[in-house]
Design a protein around this ligand. Structure first.
Ligand code: DGL
Length: 271
Protein backbone atom coordinates (compact mmCIF):
# COMPACT_ATOMS: atom_id res chain seq x y z
CA UNK A 1 0.00 0.00 0.00
CA UNK A 2 1.54 3.43 -0.90
CA UNK A 3 2.48 5.53 2.14
CA UNK A 4 0.37 8.66 2.58
CA UNK A 5 2.07 11.79 1.31
CA UNK A 6 3.00 14.14 4.20
CA UNK A 7 2.14 17.81 3.85
CA UNK A 8 4.89 20.26 4.79
CA UNK A 9 3.98 23.91 5.15
CA UNK A 10 6.67 26.53 4.68
CA UNK A 11 6.12 30.06 5.90
CA UNK A 12 8.01 33.25 5.18
CA UNK A 13 7.22 36.94 5.26
CA UNK A 14 7.81 36.99 1.49
CA UNK A 15 9.26 34.87 -1.25
CA UNK A 16 12.77 34.62 0.27
CA UNK A 17 11.65 31.45 2.06
CA UNK A 18 11.47 29.75 -1.32
CA UNK A 19 15.25 29.21 -0.84
CA UNK A 20 14.33 26.97 2.12
CA UNK A 21 11.58 25.27 0.09
CA UNK A 22 14.14 24.58 -2.64
CA UNK A 23 16.38 22.78 -0.13
CA UNK A 24 13.39 20.86 1.30
CA UNK A 25 12.38 19.67 -2.19
CA UNK A 26 15.87 18.32 -2.61
CA UNK A 27 16.00 16.55 0.78
CA UNK A 28 12.35 15.46 1.04
CA UNK A 29 11.07 15.07 -2.51
CA UNK A 30 8.05 12.87 -1.75
CA UNK A 31 5.96 15.45 0.11
CA UNK A 32 3.15 17.85 -0.68
CA UNK A 33 4.21 21.45 0.02
CA UNK A 34 2.15 24.47 0.95
CA UNK A 35 4.09 27.73 0.78
CA UNK A 36 2.84 30.99 2.22
CA UNK A 37 4.55 34.35 1.71
CA UNK A 38 3.02 37.19 3.72
CA UNK A 39 4.00 39.72 1.05
CA UNK A 40 1.35 42.26 2.10
CA UNK A 41 3.05 42.72 5.47
CA UNK A 42 6.71 42.29 4.51
CA UNK A 43 9.22 43.37 5.77
CA UNK A 44 8.89 41.72 9.19
CA UNK A 45 12.52 42.59 9.86
CA UNK A 46 11.85 46.19 10.85
CA UNK A 47 8.74 45.51 13.02
CA UNK A 48 8.19 44.99 16.75
CA UNK A 49 8.11 41.55 18.44
CA UNK A 50 4.39 41.89 19.14
CA UNK A 51 3.52 42.58 15.51
CA UNK A 52 5.83 39.88 14.14
CA UNK A 53 4.32 37.30 16.53
CA UNK A 54 0.76 38.30 15.62
CA UNK A 55 1.45 38.08 11.88
CA UNK A 56 3.35 34.80 12.17
CA UNK A 57 0.62 33.17 14.29
CA UNK A 58 -2.06 34.15 11.76
CA UNK A 59 0.04 32.63 8.99
CA UNK A 60 0.73 29.45 10.98
CA UNK A 61 -2.98 29.01 11.74
CA UNK A 62 -3.84 29.41 8.07
CA UNK A 63 -1.30 26.74 7.10
CA UNK A 64 -2.48 24.33 9.80
CA UNK A 65 -6.07 24.84 8.60
CA UNK A 66 -4.95 23.82 5.07
CA UNK A 67 -3.98 20.40 6.41
CA UNK A 68 -0.24 20.83 7.08
CA UNK A 69 1.34 17.97 9.07
CA UNK A 70 4.58 19.87 9.70
CA UNK A 71 5.46 23.54 9.67
CA UNK A 72 8.82 25.03 8.72
CA UNK A 73 9.29 28.69 9.64
CA UNK A 74 11.67 29.75 6.87
CA UNK A 75 11.66 33.38 8.05
CA UNK A 76 14.65 34.14 10.29
CA UNK A 77 12.86 37.10 11.83
CA UNK A 78 9.79 35.02 12.78
CA UNK A 79 12.07 32.20 13.98
CA UNK A 80 13.94 34.68 16.17
CA UNK A 81 10.94 36.48 17.64
CA UNK A 82 7.81 34.34 17.41
CA UNK A 83 8.63 30.64 17.81
CA UNK A 84 7.06 30.38 21.26
CA UNK A 85 3.80 31.93 20.06
CA UNK A 86 3.68 29.85 16.86
CA UNK A 87 4.30 26.56 18.70
CA UNK A 88 1.52 27.43 21.16
CA UNK A 89 -0.90 28.34 18.35
CA UNK A 90 -0.81 25.23 16.14
CA UNK A 91 -1.14 21.50 16.95
CA UNK A 92 1.66 20.35 14.59
CA UNK A 93 5.46 20.13 14.91
CA UNK A 94 7.21 23.40 14.09
CA UNK A 95 10.82 23.93 13.02
CA UNK A 96 12.57 27.30 12.73
CA UNK A 97 15.75 28.10 10.82
CA UNK A 98 18.06 29.37 13.54
CA UNK A 99 18.84 26.22 15.52
CA UNK A 100 19.58 24.11 12.40
CA UNK A 101 22.10 26.53 10.92
CA UNK A 102 23.80 27.20 14.25
CA UNK A 103 24.00 23.44 14.93
CA UNK A 104 25.55 22.87 11.52
CA UNK A 105 28.03 25.73 12.00
CA UNK A 106 29.03 24.38 15.40
CA UNK A 107 29.44 20.89 13.94
CA UNK A 108 31.61 22.04 11.01
CA UNK A 109 33.47 24.93 12.64
CA UNK A 110 33.54 24.41 16.42
CA UNK A 111 34.45 27.50 18.48
CA UNK A 112 34.54 29.66 15.34
CA UNK A 113 34.22 33.41 15.43
CA UNK A 114 30.90 33.73 13.58
CA UNK A 115 29.48 36.82 11.92
CA UNK A 116 25.70 36.76 11.55
CA UNK A 117 24.13 39.05 8.93
CA UNK A 118 20.39 39.53 9.56
CA UNK A 119 17.48 41.94 9.74
CA UNK A 120 17.28 44.60 12.46
CA UNK A 121 14.61 42.69 14.42
CA UNK A 122 16.56 39.41 14.31
CA UNK A 123 19.71 41.15 15.53
CA UNK A 124 17.82 42.98 18.29
CA UNK A 125 16.36 39.68 19.54
CA UNK A 126 19.90 38.22 19.93
CA UNK A 127 18.40 34.81 19.14
CA UNK A 128 21.46 33.95 17.03
CA UNK A 129 23.84 35.23 19.68
CA UNK A 130 22.24 33.11 22.41
CA UNK A 131 22.11 30.00 20.24
CA UNK A 132 25.77 30.42 19.14
CA UNK A 133 27.02 31.12 22.66
CA UNK A 134 25.22 28.04 23.99
CA UNK A 135 27.39 25.98 21.61
CA UNK A 136 30.70 27.74 22.21
CA UNK A 137 30.69 29.72 18.94
CA UNK A 138 31.81 33.37 19.20
CA UNK A 139 29.03 35.42 17.58
CA UNK A 140 28.98 38.96 16.22
CA UNK A 141 25.64 40.16 14.85
CA UNK A 142 25.28 42.77 12.11
CA UNK A 143 21.95 44.23 10.99
CA UNK A 144 21.77 44.85 7.22
CA UNK A 145 18.32 46.48 6.80
CA UNK A 146 18.86 47.75 3.24
CA UNK A 147 19.57 44.34 1.73
CA UNK A 148 16.01 42.93 1.76
CA UNK A 149 14.47 45.77 -0.30
CA UNK A 150 17.35 45.62 -2.80
CA UNK A 151 16.97 41.86 -3.24
CA UNK A 152 13.17 42.20 -3.40
CA UNK A 153 13.80 44.57 -6.31
CA UNK A 154 15.69 41.78 -8.08
CA UNK A 155 19.00 43.71 -7.70
CA UNK A 156 21.01 40.64 -6.75
CA UNK A 157 24.03 41.62 -8.83
CA UNK A 158 23.63 45.37 -8.94
CA UNK A 159 26.39 47.86 -8.18
CA UNK A 160 24.19 49.56 -5.54
CA UNK A 161 23.71 46.23 -3.71
CA UNK A 162 27.47 45.60 -3.94
CA UNK A 163 28.23 49.01 -2.45
CA UNK A 164 25.68 48.66 0.38
CA UNK A 165 27.02 45.20 1.21
CA UNK A 166 30.59 46.47 1.18
CA UNK A 167 29.69 49.17 3.72
CA UNK A 168 27.98 46.66 6.05
CA UNK A 169 30.82 44.14 5.80
CA UNK A 170 33.50 46.80 6.29
CA UNK A 171 31.75 47.98 9.45
CA UNK A 172 31.47 44.41 10.74
CA UNK A 173 35.06 43.47 9.90
CA UNK A 174 36.30 46.53 11.78
CA UNK A 175 35.32 44.76 15.01
CA UNK A 176 35.79 41.05 14.24
CA UNK A 177 37.75 38.52 12.15
CA UNK A 178 35.17 35.80 11.49
CA UNK A 179 35.96 32.40 10.02
CA UNK A 180 32.25 31.79 9.29
CA UNK A 181 29.54 34.16 8.06
CA UNK A 182 25.93 33.05 8.55
CA UNK A 183 23.38 34.51 6.13
CA UNK A 184 20.70 34.96 8.81
CA UNK A 185 17.91 36.11 6.50
CA UNK A 186 15.90 34.21 3.87
CA UNK A 187 16.85 36.67 1.15
CA UNK A 188 20.61 36.68 1.55
CA UNK A 189 21.35 33.30 -0.14
CA UNK A 190 20.49 35.07 -3.40
CA UNK A 191 23.50 37.34 -2.92
CA UNK A 192 25.81 34.68 -1.45
CA UNK A 193 28.31 35.01 -4.35
CA UNK A 194 28.38 38.78 -3.77
CA UNK A 195 28.96 38.27 -0.04
CA UNK A 196 31.84 35.86 -0.75
CA UNK A 197 33.47 38.21 -3.31
CA UNK A 198 33.14 41.23 -1.06
CA UNK A 199 34.59 39.39 1.94
CA UNK A 200 37.58 38.33 -0.18
CA UNK A 201 38.04 41.90 -1.44
CA UNK A 202 38.10 43.03 2.17
CA UNK A 203 40.75 40.40 3.02
CA UNK A 204 38.46 37.96 4.85
CA UNK A 205 38.44 34.27 3.92
CA UNK A 206 35.39 33.29 5.99
CA UNK A 207 33.10 30.46 4.86
CA UNK A 208 29.59 31.65 3.98
CA UNK A 209 26.73 29.43 5.16
CA UNK A 210 22.93 29.74 5.08
CA UNK A 211 20.04 28.11 6.85
CA UNK A 212 18.28 26.55 3.87
CA UNK A 213 20.10 23.24 3.59
CA UNK A 214 20.74 22.93 7.33
CA UNK A 215 16.99 23.34 7.97
CA UNK A 216 16.02 20.82 5.28
CA UNK A 217 18.51 18.35 6.73
CA UNK A 218 17.11 18.74 10.25
CA UNK A 219 13.51 18.55 8.94
CA UNK A 220 14.28 15.26 7.19
CA UNK A 221 15.62 13.76 10.41
CA UNK A 222 13.59 15.53 13.12
CA UNK A 223 10.18 14.93 11.54
CA UNK A 224 10.33 11.12 11.81
CA UNK A 225 7.08 10.75 9.88
CA UNK A 226 8.87 12.12 6.84
CA UNK A 227 11.35 9.24 6.55
CA UNK A 228 9.56 7.62 3.57
CA UNK A 229 9.24 10.95 1.80
CA UNK A 230 13.04 11.46 1.83
CA UNK A 231 13.58 8.45 -0.44
CA UNK A 232 10.38 8.69 -2.45
CA UNK A 233 10.58 8.82 -6.22
CA UNK A 234 7.15 10.46 -6.33
CA UNK A 235 7.61 14.07 -7.54
CA UNK A 236 6.72 16.77 -4.98
CA UNK A 237 3.53 18.75 -5.39
CA UNK A 238 2.94 22.39 -4.39
CA UNK A 239 0.36 24.93 -3.38
CA UNK A 240 1.53 28.51 -3.20
CA UNK A 241 -0.17 31.42 -1.39
CA UNK A 242 0.72 35.08 -1.00
CA UNK A 243 -1.06 37.95 0.71
CA UNK A 244 -0.17 40.52 -2.00
CA UNK A 245 1.94 41.16 -5.13
CA UNK A 246 1.03 37.93 -6.92
CA UNK A 247 2.56 39.14 -10.18
CA UNK A 248 5.88 40.05 -8.52
CA UNK A 249 5.86 36.81 -6.52
CA UNK A 250 5.36 34.81 -9.70
CA UNK A 251 8.05 36.81 -11.56
CA UNK A 252 10.81 36.84 -8.92
CA UNK A 253 9.88 33.72 -6.97
CA UNK A 254 11.36 31.34 -9.53
CA UNK A 255 14.83 32.87 -8.88
CA UNK A 256 14.50 31.91 -5.22
CA UNK A 257 13.02 28.46 -5.93
CA UNK A 258 15.38 27.64 -8.77
CA UNK A 259 12.49 26.37 -10.92
CA UNK A 260 9.18 27.75 -12.23
CA UNK A 261 6.56 28.44 -9.58
CA UNK A 262 3.09 26.92 -9.64
CA UNK A 263 0.12 29.30 -9.73
CA UNK A 264 0.21 31.65 -6.74
CA UNK A 265 -3.14 32.16 -4.95
CA UNK A 266 -4.00 35.44 -3.23
CA UNK A 267 -5.26 35.18 0.36
CA UNK A 268 -6.18 37.71 3.05
CA UNK A 269 -4.81 37.18 6.56
CA UNK A 270 -6.20 40.45 7.89
CA UNK A 271 -4.45 43.70 8.75
N1 DGL B 1 12.10 36.73 5.88
C1 DGL B 1 12.85 37.72 6.61
C2 DGL B 1 13.99 37.04 7.36
O1 DGL B 1 14.42 35.95 7.02
C3 DGL B 1 13.40 38.81 5.70
C4 DGL B 1 12.35 39.68 5.08
C5 DGL B 1 11.59 40.52 6.09
O2 DGL B 1 12.18 41.41 6.72
O3 DGL B 1 10.39 40.27 6.25
O4 DGL B 1 14.47 37.60 8.32
Amino acid sequence: MPTPCPTIAVFDSGFGGLTVLRALLHRIPGAHYIYLGDTARLPYGEKSQMTIARYAVEAARFLASRGADHLVIACNTASALAMKEIVAAVPIPVLGVIEPVVQMTHYKYPLAETLILATTATVRSHAYRMSCEARGLLPIEKACPLLVPLIEEGWTDHHVTREVLRIYLKEALAVCSPSVVILGCTHYPLIAPLVRDTLRELGCNAEVVDSADATAFVAATAFAALADATTSTRPPTFECYATDSIEKFQRLGSNFLGQPLPEVHLIDLGG
